[in-house]
Design a protein around this ligand. Sequence first.
Ligand code: IMP
Length: 423
Amino acid sequence: MSNIVIIGAQWGDEGKGKVIDVYSRKVDMIARYQGGNNAGHTVVIGKDRFILHLIPSGILHKGKMCVIGNGVVVDPKALLEEIKMLQSRGIDVDGRLFVSEEAHIILPYHWKLDGIKEEKKGRIGTTKKGIGPCYADKVARNGIRAVDLLNRDVLRQKLQSNLDEKNAIFSKIYGVEGFGFDALYKEYLGYGERIKKYICNTTVLLNGAIKKRKKILFEGAQGTLLDVDHGTYPFVTSSNSTAGGASTGTGVGPNKIDKVIGVVKAYTTRVGEGPFPTEFGPDLMERIRQKGKEFGATTGRPRRCGWFDSVVVGHAVMVNGIDEIVITKLDVLDDLETIKICISYKYNGGVHKHFPADMQAQAGAEPVYEELPGWKADTTGITTYSKLPKNAKNYLKRIQYILNTKIVLISVGSDRKQTFPKY
Ligand code: IMP
């Protein structure tokens, strides 16, 4: 095994940060390929807790090289803050962090548009970090890329034409003030100066490393059901968070990727609006939310919680080509008498194993459950699979059987040490 992709198999927040941290030890480079600082990857090392939004969590491992690929949208201010935070905690990124010259830049008008759209149009429940509007500019071919921050003339011309358009939208459609050119131009030229040393051709860097047989971990952000193509559209993020994005978002051919690992929470959570068939009622919601500390790492919003949904994860296994699964947060279910697994949905008068594309069918999908006995025992101190309570093993075996995909690793707490292989 050399090059692996690690993706979230639900609606994000599956615990990818920790899993990526565990697998980072086995690779030479870690590359983010989509999303931006809407992500929040948490890694706990002893008493230290790190939350990374943009820089791959592999940066916490000495000597590992980290790439922010062309598919990522970069807020330079957030990037510089994250670099400063890492440096203040003794982690130096210089010579180890590389930002694609083709990555698109998030500007203040993207934040503002994101915020206004959330308030004035139908709510998606975005992180308001400007992700959607930045990707919209990329696809509309108006975007400003990292390389443009390094060229005064190109930046002037692109920023001016973007401001002409955006300011007209702000004043004529939304009746709010726009942005002046001079201050913004100066500010972003300044960011260019400061991040210049990280900006390079990461496609050449990654492919060169592969030629030298270096091992690469492609780090997905968000989750499969938030993918703009394969998720619960329109309640999704604006990028391809599925495994295919690793290729387009870094410029590494799909034939160079050897394995896809799906990170799956032992139950389900979702932040923001959109359908969630297995969502708990209020009592269980609060109990699991508190026990699982289910509050967004980026926005602090309480996460919605629900039963394990094998229609969702089965969809993720299919669209990502998941080879192996890592189960996280099994311990959060420790106190439950009984545990439910959703095995199919009822919608449009039938029983289905696939997620419907139609928004109304998604909203009305009724889960069909099977019920298993809980294990009612503390699993947080367990370090080998054989020591897990019998009912916990049965729960995992059942999930593995339904998904027809191997579970390889289990996590029972936030610390690096609370992880063990299935066999
Ligand atoms: P955006 O990515 O900020 O545009 O938000 C679009 C949707 O994706 C919203 O429902 C967000 O809550 C969700 N989202 C974005 N990033 C994450 C993440 O890292 N974890 C979980 N949900 C996310």
